[in-house]
Design a binder for this molecule. Sequence first.
Ligand code: AMP
Length: 220
Amino acid sequence: MPKIPVKLVSWDEIVEWSRGLAKRVEESGYTPDAIVAVARGGYVPARLLCDFLDVTDLLSVQSQHWVEAAKAQEKAVLKYPYKVDMRGKRLLLVDDIVDTGETLLLARDFIRDNWEPDEVRVAVLQWISTVAKFRPDYYYIEVRDWTWFQYPWTRLEDTQQFIQRILREDPRLQDKKEVEADLLVQVFREWYGISPEDLGWYWEEAIRRLEKKGVLRVKS
Ligand code: AMP
């Protein structure tokens, strides 16, 4: 078993899951006047839901909890907490996943208390039911075994962070000025259960960026 199980999610899966989620909203009879994307993970699903539910108004709030891929910070924080008058409106708050649920709870409560909509419901692609603090109104996939879902819009960022984490935490790589390419790949596979081949050009690009930042040098 990898230390941090990672599932690479494809763009096709995102479209399929968003379509399934939109169907659930539609079948419930809820007709939102506007969609609110939780930045940054909710942007792509929220835009697709606008398309699939015929919604033209799209806003966003930035609520942040996970500062690094697969590593949460203590408390979720709401950046740029602006106010807007949503009296008389039904809102759909959209994010990619409910893990602990901190991010969405913070965003939902802020919107309820400050934007004063008639109603705000929450829709996500995935819900990790075994750890989440709440159950969203709509979800497409219920996850029971905790996994880091590597969504396609954050592949380069996540890959860099995955590599940085093993450089910091794996004793075979710690404090090395130069790292053997084969060893890096082996440790990466052991930690995350995925390979550079699965990541395609993202792997090379992540290494290039980390080398540029002076974080590592890879010897082949
Ligand atoms: P949370 O506050 O724990 O519910 O997490 C909120 C945000 O962190 C999500 O909207 C995702 O963008 C990201 N995130 C948290 N857990 C995961 C996970 N297991 N896989 C992928 N992204 C995650």
